[in-house]
Design a protein around this ligand. Structure first.
Ligand SMILES: [Zn+2]
Length: 106
């Protein structure tokens, strides 16, 4: 289990940031994918932007983007009048064989 997955299990969404070039490494890794520098792990902002969405069997699915860089797939709760680019908040995350993200509309 990776650090990233461990933290998700505890409802912490973290990412690795390069110490040298400040690049936010995604997918998260123990070294920078741009300059191979060392990374520190830090929380990702809970604020996301709605990139894409769809509904299936009454459930809403979406892709949310964090910090202009990190895109994740998740489910969405709240208002169903959705517009691409609107603000979302990460309500909950977990890890169960794959990352799970639950967003809510603001
Ligand atoms: Zn770097």
């Amino acid at each position: 289990m990776t650090r990233f997955e461990d933290e998700l299990k505890n409802n912490n969404f973290v990412c690795s940031e390069c110490v040298k070039c400040k690049h936010l490494v995604w997918p998260p890794s123990d070294y920078c994918n741009k300059c191979f520098g060392d990374v520190i792990w830090r929380p990702v902002s809970k604020k996301a932007t709605l990139v894409e969405f769809s509904s299936k069997d009454g459930k809403l699915f979406c892709i949310g983007e964090f910090e202009n860089n990190i895109r994740v797939f998740g489910t969405l709760e709240g208002n169903s009048n959705l517009i691409r680019g609107q603000n979302l908040t990460l309500k909950y995350c977990n890890y169960d064989e794959m990352p799970k993200f639950v967003f809510q509309t603001d």
